[in-house]
Design a protein around this ligand. Structure first.
Ligand code: ADP
Length: 241
């Protein structure tokens, strides 16, 4: 009876989460849809009047909105996919791949990187780990745009049988009001089309799916640190650094 009650609670929790998620998704997709409707209606009128420049500018905006909707659904697909929770990832390889993905953004930033972690084998799919790191390091780069001497620390250690990777930056930090909403879906402080507000929600969810978690710290010295804890592939592998 107890087990059945627990199962029902889990099920109810899942349904509540789906309800909450659906509301946010509907909201996020309805905004561009409403804009698309107005824009396409106007474009027809501009074409009829022969105002081709305005019509083509509108079509460009329509393309951008469609891309944005595509990015939202693509992120959510990876959120829903639960098939490959069993894989193994190499941390060093994932960090290298992340720098490669962020490559073009690093060219314009005089970034100093401090690598203080071992190349641990972790219990998470390789692509998923890279997805998390791209989100965390991408956010760090965004936060350091106005920093004349941007620095990124990647510090690893082992705690409670899990590998802990701290991704710390010396960016603008996070103000107390923003801190409350960091892990909410679609919460972003980035202007215009820059932020979807899904990065931290997705990363935390991917970490949780493997028995790990994602937390945030606000160092007294400034900047922000995200701490990613993931189970080690073989728990006896406990060298730190
Ligand atoms: P997005 O990057 O699309 O805004 P995220 O979920 O990744 O969505 O991040 C949500 C918000 O958290 C960001 O808009 C930003 O305000 C804040 N944030 C995340 N990482 C950092 C960081 N390293 N430094 C400062 N603020 C951050």
């Amino acid at each position: 009876t107890l087990r059945r009650a627990q199962d029902e609670l889990v099920q109810a929790g899942k349904l509540a989460a789906i309800g909450q998620m659906s509301t946010s998704i509907a909201h996020e997709l309805n905004q561009p849809l409403a804009a698309l409707r107005t824009l396409s209606g106007n474009t027809v009128r501009f074409l009829e009047r022969g105002a081709l420049d305005t019509a083509s500018a509108n079509l460009k905006t329509i393309n951008e909105l469609i891309d944005r909707m595509g990015r939202i659904t693509a992120s959510l697909r990876s959120f829903a996919r639960r098939g490959d929770d069993q894989g193994e990832a190499n941390l060093g390889k994932a960090v290298d791949a992340t720098f490669q993905i962020l490559g073009s953004r690093l060219e314009t930033l005089p970034l100093t990187v401090h690598r203080h972690f071992s190349s641990a084998q972790l219990q998470i799919d390789q692509t998923r780990l890279e997805q998390i790191l791209v989100n965390l390091m991408g956010n760090a780069l965004d936060a350091m745009q106005a920093q004349p001497a941007p620095e990124l620390w990647l510090e690893g250690d082992v705690a409670d049988g899990k590998y802990r990777l701290r991704v710390r930056d010396n960016g603008h930090g996070i103000d107390p009001e923003t801190r409350k909403h960091l892990f909410e879906p679609f919460f972003t402080t980035k202007p215009g089309e820059q932020g979807l507000g899904l990065g931290l929600t997705l990363s935390a969810s991917l970490a949780a799916a493997t028995g790990g978690n994602l937390a945030v710290e606000h160092p007294a010295s400034g900047g922000t640190a995200f701490v990613l804890s993931l189970p080690l592939a073989s728990p006896q592998q406990v060298e730190s650094k």
